[in-house]
Ligand binder design. Structure first.
Ligand SMILES: Cc1cc2nc3c(=O)[nH]c(=O)nc-3n(C[C@H](O)[C@H](O)[C@H](O)COP(=O)(O)OP(=O)(O)OC[C@H]3O[C@@H](n4cnc5c(N)ncnc54)[C@H](O)[C@@H]3O)c2cc1C
Length: 404
């Protein structure tokens, strides 16, 4: 039987995340949207609280660092609701509060997910407590991440990195950057590896910060690497170039991070839906769940359609995270969730602006901000179109060379 209830054991976590969203993220949402590039100091206190909760064992997998897959055989055949699902559920709540501030949370960067996903046990311990951003994109490489030009050359006990990374979320504020670089461009995608580069390493420099449409409280950096030396033990996973495995090692990160980004879109869209529902009801529009949408007002019908789309994105996202917790391959489901939630998130938040008219467009409320914030969730960690391509390849059994 399918049980669509939220697992009971996560209810306290969801409640805590919601309280943080209500009391800390929402009240600071507009402030840091206007103060682009100012560091949200309020988050330091929150990070300390989360660290305390993790240390005491009171919270597991509340953020991006919790998406580690267990290598051990499960003790029995029972299904598991683990840290991937916990992360998704708490991120939904936090992004109901504010997406940009969630992306600015110390020690919860997408680089932390990469470390959690592919680091060995020794690295996992060594990099524990770092705030890590993720640097894949380059001036000549966006969606086509197999085309990475940043190089890593082994020299003694170090790799020497050279190249430029752009649009690095939390790239200025983080403690370390997880950098994708190629060991040998001639060997293709199998030679792409990720390296943890701590901040302050000579040769790594933040060159500038972007001004953006949305998530303006989150810093987005351009970082240059010039003869930047990192210990060879900072290569995440295996240094071997395995042409059979191809890109699979590096791509494993995405199976865990795409549901997290989908969760961000779902949280932000839920915020828009809830406020819009209140505004519609205040202006006399009744939404009746017992009558067909087409027999109701156009606004009510539009709202019901949006809620149905939202629910589909929500369930796909829970499924992808749940599969990761239960050690099931989930690349297809992670891409489905990201494609659906990214699109639905953008559509819903913009449609809510439309339904609320001038209230939706003005800065008195947050509807206009949510429509700006949600667009990036349809772009980073692989655009909607790229997710659709991955889904098509998997369903049709085509390789990336067959279907471009
Ligand atoms: C605010 C922000 C934060 C970001 N944070 C990070 C980060 O932390 N780390 C990081 O590494 N990157 C980050 N990025 C970069 C982001 O991941 C890329 O922008 C994204 O991968 C798309 O790459 P691109 O911008 O080069 O677009 P392109 O790849 O040039 O794509 C342009 C358009 O063409 C479409 N397209 C491309 N190829 C195909 C195809 N084969 N079939 C159909 N359509 C296609 C795309 O879907 C898109 O609509 C961030 C970007 C932004 C704006």
């Amino acid at each position: 039987m399918i049980n669509l209830e939220t697992p009971k054991k996560f209810r306290p976590l969801i409640g805590q995340a919601h309280q943080v969203a209500v009391n800390l993220l929402r009240p600071n949402s507009r402030k840091y949207d206007l103060l682009e590039h100012a560091y949200p100091i309020e988050l330091d206190m929150l990070a300390a609280m989360i660290d305390g909760m993790s240390d005491s064992g009171a919270s597991t997998g509340a953020g991006a660092s919790g998406v580690r897959r267990s290598e051990e055989e499960p003790e029995d055949d029972r299904v598991k609701n683990g840290s991937n699902l916990a992360s998704v559920l708490s991120i939904i709540e936090m992004c109901w509060g504010d997406v940009g501030l969630l992306l600015s949370m110390p020690r919860q960067g997408l680089g932390n997910s990469a470390i959690a996903s592919v680091a060995n046990d020794e690295q996992h311990e060594r990099f524990d407590g770092l705030w890590a951003s993720m640097a894949i994109t380059e001036p000549g490489t966006g969606s086509d991440s197999a085309n990475i030009a940043t190089t890593a050359v082994l020299d003694g006990d170090d790799y020497v990195l050279n190249g430029e990374k752009i649009f690095v979320t939390a790239g200025d504020r983080c403690d370390a950057v997880v950098v994708w670089a190629t060991l040998d461009k001639d060997l293709g995608r199998a030679a792409i590896k990720s390296f943890v580069v701590p901040k302050g390493t000579p040769g790594m420099n933040v060159e500038r910060l972007e001004h953006k449409l949305g998530i303006r409280s989150s810093d987005t950096a351009t970082i240059r690497f010039e003869d930047c030396r990192v210990p060879k033990d900072n290569l995440l996973g295996s240094p071997d170039v395995d042409a059979q495995q191809g890109f699979a090692g590096a791509m494993a990160t995405f199976d865990n991070t795409r549901p997290l980004v989908a969760a961000m879109a779902i949280g932000c869209a839920r915020a828009s839906l809830e406020l819009t529902k209140d505004l519609l009801e205040d202006s006399g529009v009744t939404i009746d769940y017992d009558r067909p949408a087409l027999t109701q007002s156009a606004a009510a019908a539009a709202f019901l359609q949006m809620e149905a789309d939202w629910e589909a994105a929500y369930l796909l996202t829970l499924q992808a995270a749940w599969m990761a917790d239960n050690r099931q391959p989930n690349s297809l489901e992670a891409s489905m969730a990201k494609a659906k939630a990214g699109r639905v998130g953008s559509d819903i938040t913009l449609r809510c602006v439309e339904l609320a008219g001038s209230i939706g467009y003005s800065e008195h409320d947050l509807l206009e901000k949510w429509s700006r914030d949600s667009k990036i969730l349809d772009i980073f960690e692989g655009t909607q179109q790229i997710q659709q391509l991955i889904v098509a390849r998997r369903l049709l059994g085509k390789s990336s060379a067959d279907l471009k």
